[in-house]
Design a protein around this ligand. Structure first.
Ligand SMILES: NC(=O)c1ccc[n+]([C@@H]2O[C@H](COP(=O)([O-])OP(=O)(O)OC[C@H]3O[C@@H](n4cnc5c(N)ncnc54)[C@H](OP(=O)(O)O)[C@@H]3O)[C@@H](O)[C@H]2O)c1
Length: 355
């Protein structure tokens, strides 16, 4: 059966891998492609660079929208798909983190499916399929630990953007690679999992697993734990989301167990990497605290990449911003956009102090 795909963020790391998946599947038909500023002419019947993509989505009438935009800028795509009952393959975790309650309300109205593309959430989604909610004891998300795993705070003081961009197991866009180095990525994923799976934070654990072979585990109330394993390759969750509920073939090799896999796990170091702790606190406080966490982190990461902020300053900016925002829940998109803007203003002011 043919499936019409709209791909927003087509020129990024996820976007390019999604194009590979679409090319390999005759039943997937790319009807729209959009980017922030890189040309996408000729990639699909409907294309757009920058600006509001909702009209492009309306005109192209997709069956599934893959949101591969980076950052809060992906919010209109998430809300459009959920509101219109069009399946949403979601890589853009920031939109769900910032607008969780509004997004879930839009999904309830629209009735479409929300299919996670983040590898851990795709794994957790697959592990929970068919399981009764009350049978789940807890969800475990794995983190590679990033390039600085094992370092103390002192050893992180002078790390450069170049060092932070050298991720040990995943090849990704620059923002998420820095988020992986600070563990903010796992913090965002914790909040994402809370909204995706309707689990309270105390039922979601994060463990460090350096080889990124196990993507998630679900513990059940009978003492059984199921794990999802595979080589770290985003084509697997992208393909799963685009061809759901079929599990189509990919070019990714089957797991070779006899070659000697290391499946080690350890607790995350929240002293050296406080952004994981701050995400949990923001998530538990609820309201627009997760939105502020995300906004301040985006400001901090951009400043770090531009050499205007030290690595540890990213967490300082986020912590100080969270202490200053009101955090009340957003009743409308306008209120959410205002909360995001306010957090960005405060974070930008903190940059001057922290840098
Ligand atoms: N990369 C991964 O392996 C991975 C894994 C899990 C989750 N994710 C998530 O997937 C998302 C994308 O990550 P990525 O690594 O693919 O990022 P990326 O390589 O930086 O690509 C970002 C994409 O978003 C586009 N974009 C930026 N601003 C836009 C806007 N305002 N409107 C429309 N498009 C816009 C960019 O267009 P231009 O080329 O014109 O800038 C580019 O196509 C992030 O939320 C990330 O957390 C990524």
């Amino acid at each position: 059966m043919s499936r019409k795909v709209a791909l927003v963020g087509a020129t990024g790391s996820i976007g390019r891998q999604a194009l590979e998946i679409v090319d390999a599947h005759p039943e997937l038909q790319l009807v729209a492609a959009a980017s922030g500023s890189t040309p996408v002419d000729g990639l699909a019947p409907f294309t757009q660079v920058g600006g509001d993509v909702t009209e492009l989505l309306e005109r192209s009438e997709p069956d599934v929208v893959l949101n591969a935009v980076v950052g809060f800028a992906g919010l209109p795509v998430t809300l459009w798909a959920l509101e219109h009952g069009v399946d949403l393959a979601l890589a853009n975790k920031e939109s769900l983190v910032a607008a969780g309650a509004l997004a879930l309300a839009a999904r309830a109205r629209g009735g479409g499916r929300l299919l996670p593309v983040d590898s851990e959430h795709s794994a957790a989604f697959q592990l929970q399929e068919g399981a009764a909610r009350e049978s789940i004891h807890s969800l475990v998300l794995t983190a590679s630990g990033g390039p600085f795993r094992g370092r103390t705070r002192d050893e992180l003081a002078d790390v450069t953007a170049e060092e932070a961009l050298a991720h040990p197991t995943w090849s990704m866009g620059p923002k998420i690679t820095i988020d992986s180095a600070t563990l903010a990525n796992k913090g965002l994923e914790l909040i994402e999992a809370h909204f995706l799976f309707d689990l309270p934070y105390e039922q979601i654990e994060v463990v460090v697993h350096p080889t990124s072979i196990v993507h998630a585990l679900v513990r059940f109330r009978d003492g059984a734990t199921l794990a999802h394993l595979g080589y770290p390759d985003m084509r697997v969750p992208i393909s799963y989301a685009l061809t759901y509920p079929e599990r189509s073939a990919t070019q990714v090799a089957p797991l070779d167990l006899a070659s000697g896999l290391t499946l080690a796990f350890e607790a995350p170091d929240v002293e050296s990497f406080p952004l994981l702790r701050l995400a949990r606190e923001a998530g538990e406080r609820g309201g627009t605290y997760p939105c502020a966490y995300n906004a301040a982190n985006e400001v901090g990461v951009a400043a770090f990449l531009e050499g205007r902020l030290p690595f540890l300053g990213i967490a300082d900016v986020v912590e100080e911003t969270l202490a200053l925002v009101g955090g009340a829940g957003a009743r409308s998109l306008a209120e959410l956009v205002e909360a995001d803007a306010e957090a960005r203003r405060l974070a930008t002011e903190r940059l001057k102090v922290v840098a």
